[in-house]
Design a protein around this ligand. Structure first.
Ligand code: NOJ
Length: 590
């Protein structure tokens, strides 16, 4: 495709966007209500077919030229996200915060960090997103606050036994809840920290500047419900509930996944169902499958949960050239309620967590993916997707193909659609949170501020730097990763089977092949992925589809008809095929 043709295609995409805009306006007007979000299709299970996109607002686009991304900037980039095919934006914490943990240290739950804009900017952003058919969910940390939060300031100043003091978890000694693990092992040596002013220790599961709230105090739960209501009233479509397993503490337990936590979540869900239908609660519970599924309850807790254990196994399968780790974890994943969905991801704003693997698997992952000790952080690896995959285009495509083929809603991390790199020389997880690379211009087109004023330096190395990797260049290159992602996202969204269908893993003799069937109503899809660096042949038992024709989905190319004998396929190194299996009856013109 020439540059001109590419431009024409983009113009056509713009025209399509304009047309869908008119359509949305129409639906909005005819709906005759004024509630935010009402102009979306009325489908309470919309999130099961959605593509999520995670945004570090500070790093996305700087609208006011002060060196920090903000809501004004984000609004300017909504057309891009609409073009990409994003259905839901997940915003990292946007609240006032001393930013000692990327904003997960909240100092005020009901306003916007001044660096990012005002509450009015936020409201405007949500409206603009909705007008483009994009929903918005926000990160919400219920488990803890920043030690700067007025609740903590009030608590530490109050006398023991007073209601104010009771908002956090205090103790005179540290030999309490000793079975609870330490999560940030690189920084913390205890879950208790001494507070001079209070004259007592306070409990924290994360950094010592993030005291845990005391959910045994009913006022805390009530306050959290008020926070939820505040943002839902502003029109937000839901929340990613951060650190949800740790709300309560009980002696003799590991203080995770306690029944009391589930009870509180059922209360949250009732509140949402009764007053805010069509919103979504997405649980961040980094747990084993049997424990995570508890967060769906009987369909009466969270609508979605991240599938943490599958993620490292995808990386393991790729390096080992063996589909077994993925198949095993899928087989060990219990069914989830009909009205629920998995959130699937390759990378996010944290380290690639290795908490949900065995010790041996963890060693293997470190050896393969964290060759430089700087890449390790806590129990994980702080790198972005492209560098993890040695910038291999085939590998990046293959991993997305697998991600998109699994039952769940995929969650992309900003910048991964263009193959952004990371900076292991920055502290903590900042290396995977560098500015989005929009163009090859100054600061990667992210900000017009002086370089020194930027919240973090953009990548400038010859491989991943903004001159080599940026949105503008990739839009102009028909074969770019970005253009491929755009096409691939559209393909997935065309087929509800991926979000709604069942999965049957095929277990071919060649273990380098990850193959499975997805089914939803009449739609049958066969996904075959070659984990190996070399070309492979595989024989698949497709006798149940005798007489069906596989149609390769990207090119709509019919392949030889399936018979009774094993179906032979050959795949390029790290190659994959997605086929729609079409019966003779369905192929006949009516
Ligand atoms: C999980 C978040 O993803 C992470 O970034 C944060 O540091 C911890 N929760 C503590 O809030």
């Amino acid at each position: 495709m020439s540059d001109l043709e590419a431009t024409e295609e983009l113009d056509a995409a713009q025209a399509e966007m304009d047309a869908s805009q008119v359509e949305l306006e129409h639906v909005r007007e005819t709906a005759g209500e004024n509630q935010p979000g009402h102009w979306f299709e009325r489908d309470p299970l919309w999130f099961k077919r959605a593509l999520f996109y995670e945004i570090h607002i500070r790093g996305f686009f700087d609208g006011n030229g002060d060196g920090t991304g903000d809501f004004r900037g984000l609004i300017e980039k909504l057309d891009y996200l609409q073009w990409l095919g994003v259905d839901v934006i997940w915003l990292l914490p946007m609240y006032p915060s001393p930013l000692r943990d990327g904003g997960y240290d909240i100092a005020d739950f009901t306003s916007i960090h001044p660096d990012l804009g005002t509450t009015e900017d936020f409201r405007h952003f949500v409206e603009e997103a909705h007008q483009r058919g994009i929903r918005v969910i926000a990160d919400l940390v219920m488990n803890h606050t920043s030690s700067d939060h007025p609740w903590f300031q009030r608590a530490r100043a109050a006398a023991p036994g007073t209601p104010e003091r009771d908002w956090y978890v205090w103790s005179d000694e540290i030999h309490k809840y000793e079975d609870a693990r330490i999560i940030f092992v690189d920084t913390e040596t205890s879950n208790w920290t001494w507070d001079e002013q209070a004259g007592a220790f306070y409990w924290h599961r994360f950094f010592s500047h993030q005291p845990d709230l005391n959910f045994d105090n009913p006022d805390v739960g009530d306050a959290m419900i008020e926070v939820l209501r505040f943002w839902l009233d502003l029109g937000i479509d839901g929340f990613r509930l951060d650190a949800i397993p740790y709300l309560y503490e009980r002696e003799g337990t590991n203080c995770e996944n306690l029944p009391e936590t589930h009870e509180f979540l059922r209360r949250v869900r009732r509140e949402v169902d009764e007053n805010y239908p069509d919103r979504v609660l997405l649980a961040e519970a980094n747990q084993w499958p049997a424990d995570v599924v508890q967060y769906y309850g009987d369909g009466d807790e969270c609508h979605m949960c991240f599938h943490f254990p599958i993620m490292p196994r995808m990386f393991m399968s790729l390096r080992r050239e063996d589909a077994t780790p993925m198949i095993e974890i899928l087989e060990n994943t219990p069914e989830i309620p009909e009205n629920s969905q998995w959130g699937l991801f390759l990378r996010n704003h944290d380290e690639l967590t290795l908490e949900m693997v065995t010790d041996e698997e963890r060693d293997y992952m470190y050896e393969e993916y964290a060759k430089d000790p700087r890449m390790k952080l806590n129990v994980g690896i702080r790198r972005r997707l492209a560098p993890l995959l040695d910038n291999g285009r085939d590998e990046i495509e293959l991993m997305h193909a697998i991600l998109f083929s699994l039952p769940g809603s995929p969650v992309l991390y900003y910048g991964d659609e263009i193959g952004m790199g990371d900076n292991v020389y920055l502290g903590d997880r900042d290396g995977v949170r560098t500015p989005m690379q929009w163009t090859g211009d100054r600061n990667g087109g992210f900000s017009r501020a002086d370089f020194a004023a930027l919240y973090a330096p953009p990548l400038m190395d010859p491989v991943y730097g903004y001159q080599a990797v940026n949105v503008e260049a990739q839009l102009r290159t028909p074969t770019s990763l970005l253009r491929w992602m755009h096409k691939f996202i559209a393909l997935r969204k065309e087929h509800p089977v991926f979000g709604l269908g069942t999965l049957e893993a095929l277990r071919p003799a060649n273990a380098r092949i990850f193959a499975h069937i997805r089914r939803y109503e009449d739609d049958v899809v066969l996904c075959v992925h070659n984990m190996a660096r070399s070309a492979q042949a595989v024989e698949l038992d497709l006798s149940a589809f005798d007489g069906y024709t596989p149609i390769e989905m990207l090119g709509r190319t019919p392949f030889p008809k399936i018979g009774e004998l094993p179906y032979l396929l050959t795949l390029a190194p790290r190659g994959f095929f997605w086929f729609q299996l079409v019966s003779e009856r369905r192929r006949q013109p009516r």
